[in-house]
Design a binder for this molecule. Structure first.
Ligand code: NAD
Ligand code: TDX
Length: 340
């Protein structure tokens, strides 16, 4: 197979980081360039095992830096762009939406322009099920690729805006693109501001776990490795211009998720503390992944096997998340959870 150049943006974050490791190991004949600004959510310690590999290069840069990005694309002539880089936390977007527009919308447009300029083989835009808005609690309803876009948070509105730009560059300029819309991920290297790693890290430290509202909101959970495999498939086999939903039918209420983790760690439900609800809190997400399954995708984890593997990983990798929760994260936590 011919050598290919793959640009992964946001490859120092949670999903992009897992994806970089996945393809560096799976495709020795691909040269992987990980471009990341290293914001609070990015760290390179996770890549110790691959940083010496010949097919891996790190580039510290801002996707919104038009001059740098266009020059880089002209120099490297990437074949594939797999675009993860984003501001990704809903709560932060409620407090300060501006940076979400800058990175998620403007940054994506810069990458699209650069991809158009050099004529990439494929631009894969990693989006989210949150662009569809929310479902009610009727378990027979799901998000399909035809569900109208109705984002409710500044985060999901910024992702929806970038999805529309990606679509427009396909329709207007014929740029070969795919958009993936995945449900909530979990697994190794998940930043502890998000529900699952926040719960695991706090339960392990016998600290209270803040649950928003009544804990009955539902999310559809997918192990990050199953998401990586989906992107690998779409990158190679996705039909240009198409959207693919990614999800494994693992719906749980937030309370069920927190209780599962507490039980696995043999601790008490007394650690649960109900706190003020998130503004505009989406009730339920649930994905219909039929279109992706027809392309040949099948998840390897159920929620039960995936959460057990993830808890084990957090037990075995305390130094990774302890350095985070003992840093600037403390100030974030205090400001976000004033009563906990
Ligand atoms: P994350 O917050 O863990 O990582 C984001 C990465 O992007 C970080 O490494 C950060 O340094 C980098 N970054 C931020 N701004 C940048 C900029 N201007 N230039 C270059 N790099 C920048 O996010 P994640 O959870 O890994 O999510 C990755 C992508 O997947 C996002 O686009 C997100 O919308 C999407 N997604 C996430 C989930 C989920 O459950 N976490 C589900 C579906 C889709
Ligand atoms: O402390 C908390 N307490 C709580 O009850 C936190 C952080 C969250 N929650 C609730 C809110 C949500 O209903 O748990 C659920 C999951 O919350 P998050 O982990 O913040 O994820 P969510 O808002 O659903 O968004 C995630 O999935 C889709 C990612 O952060 C997004 O980047 C992705 O697009």
């Amino acid at each position: 197979m011919a050598r290919k150049k793959i640009l992964v943006t946001g490859g120092a974050g949670f999903i992009g980081g897992n994806f970089v490791q996945f393809i560096v190991n799976k495709y020795p004949n691909y040269d992987i360039y990980n471009l990341d600004l290293l914001t609070y959510a990015g760290d390179l310690t996770k890549h110790k095992q691959i940083e010496e590999k010949k097919n891996y290069t790190f580039i510290k840069a801002d996707i919104s830096d038009r001059k740098f990005i266009i020059e880089l694309f002209k120099k490297e002539e990437f074949d594939y762009v797999i675009h993860f880089a984003a501001e990704s936390h809903v709560d932060r977007s409620i407090k300060d939406p501006g940076i979400f527009i800058e990175t998620n919308v403007t940054g994506t447009q810069v990458l699209l322009d650069a991809s158009k300029e050099v004529g990439v083989t494929k631009f894969v835009h990693v989006s989210t099920d949150e662009v569809y808005g929310e479902l009610d609690f009727d378990p027979s309803t799901f998000f399909t690729e035809e569900t109208p876009i109705q984002p409710n948070s500044p985060y999901s509105a910024s992702k929806a805006s970038s999805d529309l730009l990606v679509r427009a560059y396909h329709e207007t300029y014929g740029l070969p693109v795919n958009i993936t819309r995945c449900s909530n991920n979990y697994g190794p290297y998940h930043f502890p501001e998000k529900l699952i790693p926040l719960t695991i890290s706090r339960v392990l430290n016998d600290q209270k776990v803040p649950v928003y509202g009544d804990g009955k909101n539902i999310r559809d959970w997918l192990h990050v490795i199953d998401h990586c495999a989906a992107i690998d498939l779409v990158m190679h086999k996705g039909e240009n211009g198409e959207v693919y939903n990614v999800g494994g039918h693992n719906e749980r209420t937030n309370l069920e998720v927190v209780q599962t983790i507490i039980k696995e760690l043999d601790k008490s439900d007394d650690l649960i503390e109900f706190v003020k609800d998130r503004l505009g809190h989406d009730k339920r997400y649930a994905i219909d992944p039929t279109k992706l399954e027809e392309l040949g995708w099948e998840p390897i984890y159920t929620f039960d096997t995936g959460i057990a593997q993830t808890i084990r990983w957090y037990l075995d990798n305390k130094e990774w998340w302890e350095q985070i929760i003992n840093g600037d994260y403390r100030d974030y936590f205090k400001a976000q959870y004033t009563t906990v």
